[in-house]
Design a protein around this ligand. Structure first.
Ligand code: SAH
Length: 342
């Protein structure tokens, strides 16, 4: 049995020609899978029954299975998937005005152990393949009734730039007209600051969005909460970001988790203003920390959050405050998987 997703349109046409079947069935099959998110050959109603049977004998469409689905009151839906080797990954669907965002995973577990994030608690297991990455989208859309997926963010478990080749391969498939056909500008890679990956991304001819998980503008604090900062220090990271913006003329979004007593004071906000002041085309996304029981973190009070936001605004830095969503379903990175694996 082969994974049918390994085949390009041309290869599938060849397969059909060998069976003395018309080539146009290949486009129909692609359309069932990537446009209509049908993952069962029996439901491909415009194919001859005998061909469906033959396809079933030769190919599978997805290798991952839905293990659990949870819906939050605010419309966010969280999915736990079981991989063929019995590992678990998570993905989330976040519907908002005029868009539906799929937040997907790039690795099983994570090496980088950011102190606020549940994904790293049990360490790293392995990379996902490009096919496992796109299967998340197939299953998400298959199980979600609320409209087409319009945006994709690599903010689930794992570090996408630590799985560069598979993630880029997946993005090219997601972007390709034959497959999902989702515009590159609607695909976001989020990284904890893997400098060689950012440099490689700069060279790609892809208009994707880049988010940097900054979380502090102070080297000592950042080292504490994002340990990879020791390998790729803040100063160098900011230099590379500047270079990336200059070369690509694309904006970078800096993600900043606000954690009580750690990085959310007025001084912290002022430091952030200072390190961003030399950069054009930046945006800051503030994220009040979701409490994670195992990690003993909490968001600051409302007033402190607003003061932080206001400091950036007054300095002319575009800033958004992420609404906390899906808290009743453990929607923060890695939380559901953690609960499930115990
Ligand atoms: N490794 C990549 C991709 C993971 S996404 C990266 O670091 O960017 C990481 C994001 O998950 C964070 O920027 C944050 O937006 C979110 N996140 C993880 N733990 C969280 C928590 N406890 N509360 C709120 N957001 C969290």
């Amino acid at each position: 049995m082969r994974d049918i997703k390994e085949l390009s349109l041309l290869e599938l046409e060849c397969f059909l020609t060998d069976l003395n079947q018309p080539k146009y069935h290949a486009r129909q099959i692609f359309s069932w899978i990537y446009k209509k998110f049908i993952i069962d050959f029996d439901l491909m109603s415009d194919l001859p029954v005998a061909l469906r049977q033959r396809l079933k004998e030769s190919f599978f469409i997805t290798s991952i299975k839905l293990e659990k689905q949870q819906s939050a009151k605010d419309g966010t839906e969280k999915f736990l998937f079981k991989l063929s080797d019995n590992n678990f990954i998570e993905a989330v669907i976040i519907p908002a005005k005029g868009r539906v965002t799929a937040c997907i995973s790039s690795q099983v577990g994570c090496k980088f152990a950011c102190t606020f994030c549940a994904s790293g608690i049990k360490g790293f297991k392995r990379n996902l393949t490009h096919l496992e990455i796109i299967e998340q989208l197939l299953l998400l859309k298959n199980k979600f009734s609320g409209g087409a997926i319009t945006h994709i963010v690599f903010m689930g478990t794992g570090e996408p730039l630590d799985n560069y080749d598979f993630v880029l391969k997946a993005i090219r498939l997601i972007n390709s007209k034959d497959c999902f056909g989702i515009g590159a500008r609607r695909i976001t890679i989020s990284t904890c600051g893997i400098i060689p990956g950012i440099k490689r991304l700069e060279e790609e001819d892809l208009q994707i969005e880049l988010s940097i998980s900054l979380h502090s503008a102070d080297e000592d604090i950042r080292e504490q909460i994002v340990p990879v900062d020791r390998k790729y220090p803040l100063k160098e990271l900011m230099r590379i970001c500047k270079e990336y913006i200059r070369a690509t003329r694309r904006q970078i979004t800096f993600e900043y988790i606000l954690i009580a007593g750690l990085n959310s004071s007025l001084q912290d906000a002022q430091k952030l203003v200072r390190i961003l002041s030399g950069l054009r085309l930046v945006k800051v996304n503030l994220i009040p920390a979701n409490p994670v029981k195992e990690l003993n973190i909490a968001p600051p009070g409302k007033l402190e959050i607003l003061l932080f936001q206001d400091t950036l605004k007054k300095a002319g830095i575009p800033v958004t405050l992420r609404r906390q969503r899906g808290q009743d379903i453990d929607a923060s990175c890695g939380q559901l998987r953690l609960k499930y694996e115990k």
